[in-house]
Design a protein around this ligand. Structure first.
Ligand SMILES: Cc1ncc(COP(=O)(O)O)c(C=O)c1O
Length: 398
């Protein structure tokens, strides 16, 4: 089937966070919303069909992920990432963020330290601090328009004499965003290996949030942290979900893969009774997406790539004071607005009140995000064009 992603669909009055809560979130109501990470595209037809079929069986009692769902995850890992996993390694949670909270609680005690790599997906911050832990920032470096991991700094943070990450034995884990939101890096095997070696040799477990692992541009290839070696596999918690790839964020279904039995048991002990399994529609959608969603995914990726090319060309030609940080993956684009010469409140005000677009302010991703904004380009091109035109006109009026 051929999908038409140019079609603009009305998402208003559907309890849609992106479109219905504009006023609540931004305090303005006539913005083009290009913020929260879901797509303005209908889902793949096989997913909708599977859900309709499930709805038509009017029994919505307690549910547990059955063999078919687990097998769909096992098969996806093998097919996409050449990772052979055992069914018992797979745990289901209603979203990756709840899983991160559980993971941190299972790996740390209050007062421990957790490494983040800022600028980074901002819900990671309360994940750490709500557990009474401290954030140790191993900030990414922006070199010639591309973000890199600062490995020297990472080693220093673990070093006994640094006084930076304070007591090194207190760094229990890294939340590794792989691929990285918001900077769009798809980390290479070499980078992942280097990071993992530093973490594991210092006794830290790596929580690898791989939610964006199937949204890749050009020939970029996703490497699952666990596939580097058996040692890596035994020292990680891998967070997977079809929600970004197949636009299912409202259905809250993620699979968390933990090969190490002790780590898995600790995770389950915290999850049990507190965080449920996904609801049955989430599980239905997850299975349908993994088994039958690829025709849609191939097409949506072509469309998003065209949006990206359009964005890059448009900004280079018409808004040269804004630089697109060219992503290797994710549909969340990091825009360097520092040449506009605005401080954070001014930039926020500019995008909201002058350009009338709803973006994510860069500074919420950490101090390194000052002067940046994040734009979601998973929308019909006509919406993206209108947003860019508004920004261009507002810049010209500055
Ligand atoms: C890196 C990352 N992790 C997690 C999430 C959210 O996951 P969930 O909705 O499954 O809690 C997002 C959403 O944008 C994300 O970018």
């Amino acid at each position: 089937m051929i999908y038409d992603f140019d079609q603009v669909c009305n998402r208003k009055e559907t309890d849609c966070l992106k479109w219905d809560m504009i006023d609540t979130v931004f305090g303005e109501d006539d913005l083009i919303p290009l913020w929260v990470a879901d797509m303005d595209f209908p889902v793949a037809e096989p997913i909708q069909k599977a859900l309709e079929e499930r709805v038509s069986h009017p029994f919505y009692g307690y549910t547990r992920p059955g063999k078919r769902v687990v097998d769909a995850v096992v098969k996806r890992m093998k097919d996409k990432f050449n990772w052979e996993i055992h069914p018992e390694w797979v745990i289901f949670t209603p979203g990756v963020v709840p899983a991160l909270h559980i993971a941190i609680r299972s790996l740390t005690h209050p007062g421990d330290e957790v490494i983040l790599q800022q600028p980074v997906y901002y819900p990671f911050f309360p994940v750490v601090t709500n557990s009474g832990c401290q954030i140790v920032n191993n900030g990414l470096k922006l070199i010639d328009g591309k973000y890199e991991i600062d490995f020297d700094d990472l080693e220093t943070k673990f070093s006994p004499n640094s006084g930076l990450g304070s007591n090194p034995s207190r760094i229990k884990t890294i939340i590794f965003c792989n691929p990285h939101n918001p900077v769009g890096r798809v980390w290479t095997k070499e980078e992942i290996t280097k990071l993992g070696k530093i973490a594991i040799s210092n006794g830290a477990v790596v929580i690898s949030d791989e939610i964006h692992c199937e949204i890749l541009f050009d020939d970029n290839h996703h490497t699952t942290f666990a596939t580097i070696s058996k040692e890596f596999e035994q020292n990680c918690i891998i967070c997977m979900s079809p929600s970004k790839t197949f636009n299912l964020a409202g259905l809250d279904a993620s699979s968390i893969i933990i090969p190490n039995k002790k780590l898995r048991d600790n995770f389950l002990n915290i999850q049990n009774g507190m965080v449920p399994v996904p609801n049955l529609f989430g599980l239905t959608a997850l299975e349908a997406a993994y088994r039958h969603g690829d025709e849609w995914l191939d097409q949506v990726m072509v469309y998003i790539k065209e949006n990206l090319d359009f964005l890059i060309e448009y900004t280079e030609k018409n808004i040269p004071s804004i630089e697109v940080i060219k992503p290797q993956g994710t549909y969340l684009i990091w825009l360097d607005c520092r040449k506009l010469g605005l401080d954070n409140p001014e930039l926020k005000n500019f995008m909201l009140k002058k350009a009338k677009v709803g973006l994510n302010d860069g500074f919420i991703f950490g101090e390194e995000g000052s002067g940046f904004v994040r734009m979601n380009i998973a929308c019909p091109r006509v919406i993206l064009k209108e947003a860019l035109k508004r920004i261009e006109e507002a810049v010209n009026r500055l």
